[in-house]
Ligand binder design. Structure first.
Ligand code: CA
Length: 231
């Protein structure tokens, strides 16, 4: 049975959604505020989240951005009364997987939910893994081959970024922006990045025959089992 979190502040709409979805065999949880939704989504597991944009306090997109920053991968269908290109783009930029404009037909909502469930975002949202390397975003525990790996805060962020972009080349420019939050790249910063990559290698790869962190010469780095360029 699939679990759906419905975030909607209008009681009538929320209850109609719950009734309709339960009638279709979904397990439904309701939240009426962005804060409530954030707490719920980070402490329980859902298969899909229906998120109204217009909420009292922090709006739906703000909450969604924070959830994605936290590593939540649950598919999110944004519900909104507005339909402008700008809002659509904002919604998708915030990490929405799909977008439905109110008022919508219930059959359409069901079709969208089924599509998201089929597509998914893959597995448990708050745990990342590559080969025998595992990272728990909530407890911030990292293990390789079951052995605990101690990381500094920055090493953790760097490894998380590499894991989220597994099998993709990650350039120094993107690390400067996305992990170090610096606007421009500089030679000293490149050195800092190299030092952190070297430390991650020492902690993760040195005792293992299968290396996970690779240098892609002249471009950047890649996390994967096996050499970059292999199928
Ligand atoms: Ca609303």
């Amino acid at each position: 049975m699939s679990a759906v979190l419905v975030v909607e502040d209008e009681q009538k709409v929320a209850h109609a959604l719950r009734e309709g979805l339960e009638g279709e065999g979904y397990l439904v949880a309701l939240e009426h505020t962005g804060e409530g939704a954030f707490f719920r989504a980070t402490t329980e597991t859902f298969d899909v989240i229906l998120l109204d944009v217009m909420l009292p306090g922090r709006d739906g997109l703000e909450i969604l951005t924070r959830l994605r920053e936290r590593g939540l991968k649950t598919p999110v269908l944004v519900l909104t009364a507005r339909d402008t290109l700008d809002d659509r783009v904002k919604g998708l930029d915030s990490g929405a997987d799909d977008y439905l404009v109110k008022p919508f037909a219930f059959a359409e909502l069901l079709a969208r939910i089924r599509a998201l469930l089929r597509r998914g975002r893959g597995g448990d949202a708050l745990r990342l893994a590559a080969g025998d390397l595992e990272m728990d975003i909530v407890t911030r525990k990292v293990t390789r081959g079951g052995r605990l790996v101690e990381l500094t805060a920055r090493e953790f962020e760097l490894l998380q970024y590499l894991l989220r972009h597994e099998r993709q080349v990650v350039s120094r420019d993107t690390l400067v922006h996305d992990v170090w939050n610096e606007p421009v790249r500089s030679a000293p910063l490149d050195n800092v990045i190299d030092v952190h990559i070297a430390r991650l290698r020492r902690k993760l790869d040195v005792d293992h025959p299968v290396k996970l962190i690779h240098t892609v010469r002249g471009v950047g780095f890649m996390l994967r089992e096996g050499e970059p360029g292999e199928p």
